[in-house]
Design a protein around this ligand. Structure first.
Ligand code: ACO
Length: 436
């Protein structure tokens, strides 16, 4: 085994080097503080491995993404989302018997307890689907306290996967004031979701195979992405032995932010703003290059990919297929492609290796499929669920897991005396509590 040497205050310390199956190299500093008194400082954890994992491999320099060793391109071409869930969670593809039982469980468990459906009547119509989704997933622990029972973990997992899509579809129905549509046992996971979203009591609804295939693929490309912000949240929360549902509810909240899963919504907002502005995309590229503008090209850049995000390549191709098959034209598609062309040739983006990420084209696809913008991040969450679950399970089964508790370098005031109220001065910043 090779080792790494660290010299601190003239004293040499040796640390083991761990090499992964794809030759990723890490210096194991587990004993660093104990031996040297020092810690590492790595804001945003860009150089920190928080665990060893056998779920997903990413090579950001060459644009590779594999689930349990299988390339994302192959899974998108041939697999169905439920079998990808099984692959991520249980480590192998299901055989025909396992797959049939898995699909049966996913359908059976997609129905909601009536008192759970009542919750939907009490959210305001203005509620964002992500607020509803994270609240309802947390609520699962109230309805199913057996989530604490390790012997029932498989049941807890399938319940979550099955019910989350019902929650997401119901949150949409709620927002448009339509009655909820119950799941059906004779539909696939993707078809069931589309039916629950778009069927109405007024007319017959048949799921379009184009939409079913597109949704299946969208769910697969989002299914896992190793230690991203929301997945690390699952591991962080779950490391305190919090139950599966509360850990995943926290991940949904982490995903909501515009720098993470919320970027798909932000991309469409940006493309619409450019469209309203006469389609002047060059102006927005210039603005993104000016740091003080506070504007970034949404859907561009990634912490890990320093090459084209392979998921964006798949989705870009699918945009053309789906729009063509549905006969949809969308002016935002041309703006997106022009924006991409110009940014990929611009020194600012080239030097920083900023390429379109998965969110750049996913929003356009969702739009073409008739999925409203407020639902985009919830769609991402449905796709990411199996990844979150797989990481939660892997962490719980790993004897090396300890409660996640990073340290910090304190830079605040040294010991300071308490000032009595009458001697305190008015501070420079006054909090603003008014609404305007
Ligand atoms: N537009 C313009 N400039 C950018 C962009 C962008 N989208 N992204 C990064 N940069 C610039 C930064 O200003 C910085 O420039 P500097 O080196 O001159 O200071 C440099 O590129 C590096 O950027 P960081 O913010 O340090 O990169 P980081 O790895 O921390 O952030 C992130 C990655 C959050 C994805 C970032 O690229 C971003 O904000 N992108 C837009 C939001 C987005 O699309 N998020 C979705 C990510 S994919 C996902 O979560 C599924």
């Amino acid at each position: 085994m090779s080792t790494a040497k660290l010299i601190l205050d003239g004293k040499e310390h040796e640390f083991p080097v761990i090499v992964g199956t794809e030759q990723e190299t890490a210096i194991d500093i587990t004993t660093l503080r104990q031996r040297t008194g020092a810690i590492t400082l790595d804001p945003g954890y860009a150089n920190t491995g928080s665990c060893v994992s056998s779920i997903t491999f990413i090579d950001g320099e060459t644009g590779i993404l594999r689930y349990r060793g299988i390339p994302i391109e192959d899974l998108c071409a041939s697999a169905k989302f439920p079998e990808v869930c099984y692959l991520l969670i249980y480590g192998h593809l299901p055989n025909s018997e396992e797959g049939a039982e898995w699909r049966r469980q996913l359908t059976l468990n997609s129905f909601l307890h009536q008192s759970m459906i009542n919750f939907f009547d009490h959210f305001p119509v203005t509620a964002h689907p992500m607020a509803i989704l994270s609240a309802m997933v947390a609520t699962l622990s109230a309805f199913y306290p057996d989530v604490m029972d390790d012997k029932k973990i498989d049941l807890s997992i399938v319940r979550l996967l099955a019910k989350a899509k019902t929650f997401a579809a119901y949150s949409f129905k709620k927002s448009i004031g339509e009655p909820a549509v119950y799941p059906r046992t004779d539909h696939s996971y993707a078809a069931n979701f589309l039916r629950m979203m778009f069927a109405t009591p007024a007319e017959f609804y048949e799921v379009s195979p184009v939409l079913e295939n597109a949704l299946n693929m969208l769910l697969i490309v989002h299914a896992d992405h190793e230690q991203n912000c929301s997945t690390s949240t699952v591991r962080m929360v779950g490391s305190s032995l919090s139950n599966l549902y509360s850990s995943i509810s926290a991940a949904i909240s982490a995903l909501w932010g515009p720098l993470h899963g919320g970027a798909n919504e932000a991309v469409i907002n940006m493309l619409q703003a450019i469209h309203r502005d006469g389609g002047n995309y060059r102006k927005y590229v210039d603005m993104a290059k000016k740091k003080d503008s506070g504007f970034r090209l949404m859907g561009f850049g990634h912490r890990v990919y320093k090459n084209y995000d392979p998921r964006a390549t798949i989705l870009k191709r699918e945009v053309d297929l789906v729009l063509g098959a549905l006969g949809v034209t969308d002016p935002l598609v041309d703006i997106a492609k022009n924006l991409e062309d110009i940014a990929l040739k611009d020194d600012f983006f080239v030097e920083r290796k900023l390429y379109p990420n998965v969110d750049f084209y996913s929003g356009i696809l969702y739009r073409a499929m008739g999925i409203p913008m407020e639902m985009f991040t919830a769609m991402f969450a449905l796709g990411r669920l199996p990844g979150w679950i797989a990481h939660w399970k892997e962490m719980r089964e790993d004897p090396a897991t300890r409660i996640h508790r990073p340290r910090q370098v304190y830079v605040g005031p040294n010991k300071t005396a308490f000032t009595p109220l009458e001697k305190r001065e008015r501070s420079a910043y006054q909090p603003k509590f008014t609404k305007e």
